[in-house]
Structure formats: C-alpha cells, structure tokens
Write a protein that binds this ligand. Structure first.
Ligand SMILES: Cc1cc2nc3c(=O)[nH]c(=O)nc-3n(C[C@H](O)[C@H](O)[C@H](O)COP(=O)(O)OP(=O)(O)OC[C@H]3O[C@@H](n4cnc5c(N)ncnc54)[C@H](O)[C@@H]3O)c2cc1C
Ligand code: FES
Length: 275
C-alpha cells in the first residue's frame, strides 16, 4: 500500500512534553501538549500516543487550537492509561497522527449521543456544530454523576435545556441508558442527523432507532489498533479497517457491518471475541 505525502508526515513519530493535565472525573484526565500536525485535525480523527517504555495507544482528539495545542481525554483502564495518568506536566510523550476520517459537519437539527469516554470525539464535534446547527441536542451517558464528562462546556454549546444526562445508577439525570433517552427523543421529534460514540451496544441501539426514524447517522467505532495506517489488519470490521476507512462510519456502512456491530470484535490474534 502506498501512503500519500500527508499520511507519511502524520505517521512520523514526534516527541512532545505534557503542558497541562486536568482531572475530569475519578477515572478520566485531559492531557494537553503541542503538536503542529495534530493541531490541524478534524473532529473524529485520532492519534497514536506513545507512553515511553510502556505502549502506544489510540486516542481520539478532544480539542485543538490555533496555537498548536492538542488535547486528549484518557480513561484509566489498564497498563498504558495508568502509566499516562501517573505522568506530570513537563514529562515526555510520543505521538503519531492524526489518523482516520472525520465526522461530516452537517447543519439543521442535530442529536449527539455519547456514552462514557465516547464523549471525547463528540466534544470536538459539538464545538464545531454548535455555531451552525438550528438545534443541537446532546445526550450524555455515564455510570455515575462523577463520570459525566465535560458537562459545563457542553451546556453552553447546546443552550442548556438541550443537554440531557443519563446515569446507570440514577445519581444524576435520567436513570438508564443514553440509547433509551435518544429513542424517546427521536420518536417525539424529527431530527436531521444523529452522531454517536460510546459502548458499541449503545451505538447499535441508537442506529436501530435512527433507521426506524429514517434519520441519517454517523458513529465513531473502536477496534484494536496497532499500525493505525491500514497495514496490520488488527482493526478490521466487516470489509473495513477502522483506522483507515473509519473510525467514523455512516449509516450505509453501519448497515454493512451489522453482523458485528455491538456483537463481536477481533483480538490481537485476529480471533473473533464477543463484546
Ligand atoms: C479510534 C480509537 C479512539 C480511542 N479514543 C479514546 C479516548 O479518547 N480516550 C480513551 O480513554 N480511550 C480511547 N480509546 C481506547 C484506548 O485506546 C484504550 O483504552 C487503551 O488502548 C487501553 O490501553 P491500556 O494499556 O491502558 O489497557 P489494556 O489493559 O491494554 O486494555 C484495556 C482495553 O482497552 C482496549 N485496548 C487495549 N489496547 C488497545 C489498542 N491498541 N487499540 C484499541 N483498543 C485497545 C481493549 O478493549 C482492552 O480490553 C480509543 C480507541 C480507539 C480504537
Ligand atoms: S490498526 Fe493496523 S490496519 Fe488498522
């Protein structure tokens, strides 16, 4: 496979230092660093972040600015993310990217549905959609009140009353799942586009609702990633490689991968495992 000039540049390893760390929840921290190439990323794209002596992991780009600052929000789940959470301001990290496609920025009435750390790419998306959407409704799901992410900023972008929270334990907002609340919204009101990211079972449910309501949808999917440039095959879903053809998929593509969506993924040996 031949890589374009842009992709060769994006795939070059760069070293940078952590400039800022913000605690978002008991398990999530936002890390900010400078990187001119990733600062040109679009909502939905991801980078590969190298934690020296530990591992390299895919992370959605949370935000960028014109000064070249780039942020990622990271949930502590295992060895690499734990090691990153233990880092401090001034510490070195490595990175490659940005990789993958991005969300299509649509106008009209927009519903954004995110679960857990799936809010990371949707935060960047909502920031871009907010000035142009005729209505922007956000449904943010989490296990508990403390794990609801980015609520203050999101409230400003969707004019407060269109921000709905769901928690599994009912400690804030509606007790239940983000997919259930979005089903209620979509059966009552006509929207033009739905965007989703989060646990794949949630994405599947939102997709089924959007299909019934005949609303176009885009979702960002996760698969195990190694190379991030379409070479190794570890991120395969159906006929697609999530790192190169995604991570954002439209409704037509989601329909094509319905046998796997929310049902199974591949492990690093290529074996199909249930989600
Ligand atoms: C496109 C994409 C965007 C992502 N964006 C974010 C984000 O913005 N914030 C965030 O906190 N997490 C994100 N993730 C998930 C993140 O990559 C994993 O949580 C991380 O790799 C876990 O590494 P670990 O060593 O801490 O945990 P491990 O104990 O190694 O793994 C824990 C779980 O994380 C997943 N995982 C592990 N390695 C990989 C890998 N190489 N590729 C994909 N998943 C892996 C697996 O489901 C695994 O069961 C994203 C994943 C993808 C594919
Ligand atoms: S991560 Fe290697 S092909 Fe996608």
């Amino acid at each position: 496979m031949k890589l374009s000039g842009y992709r060769i540049k994006a795939n070059k390893h760069r070293a940078t230092r952590i400039l800022d760390i913000k605690k978002e929840s008991p398990t999530v921290k936002t890390f900010t660093f400078k990187d001119k190439i990733c600062a040109r990323a679009k909502p939905g794209q991801f980078l590969m972040l190298w934690i020296p002596d530990v591992d390299e992991i895919p992370l959605s780009i949370l935000d960028v600015d014109e000064e070249g600052n780039v942020s990622v929000a990271v949930k502590k789940v295992g060895e690499a993310t734990r090691a990153l959470h233990n880092k401090g301001v001034g510490d070195f990290i490595g990175l490659r990217g940005p990789f993958g496609n991005s969300f299509t920025l649509k106008v009209g009435k927009i519903l954004v549905v995110g679960g857990g750390i799936g809010m990371a790419p949707l935060f960047f998306l909502a920031k871009k959609l907010a000035p142009k959407a005729s209505k922007l409704t956000l449904v943010v799901g989490a296990k508990t009140r403390e794990e609801l992410l980015f609520m203050e900023k999101l409230k400003g972008w969707c004019k407060g009353e269109n921000l709905l929270a769901t928690t599994d334990d009912g400690s804030y907002g509606v007790k239940g799942l983000a997919s259930e609340v979005s089903e209620t919204i979509l059966t009552k009101e006509k929207y033009d586009t739905v965007y989703a990211c989060g646990p794949e079972q949630m994405i599947r449910k939102v997709f089924e609702t959007a299909e019934k309501a005949r609303i176009s949808m885009e979702a960002s999917l996760e698969r195990l990633m190694r190379c991030a440039i379409g070479l190794c095959g570890s991120c395969v879903i159906g006929k697609y490689r999530v790192c190169k053809d995604g991570p954002v998929f439209n409704d037509e593509q989601l329909r094509e991968v319905k046998d796997e969506l929310g049902i199974s993924k591949r492990d690093f040996d290529g074996k199909r495992i249930p989600l």
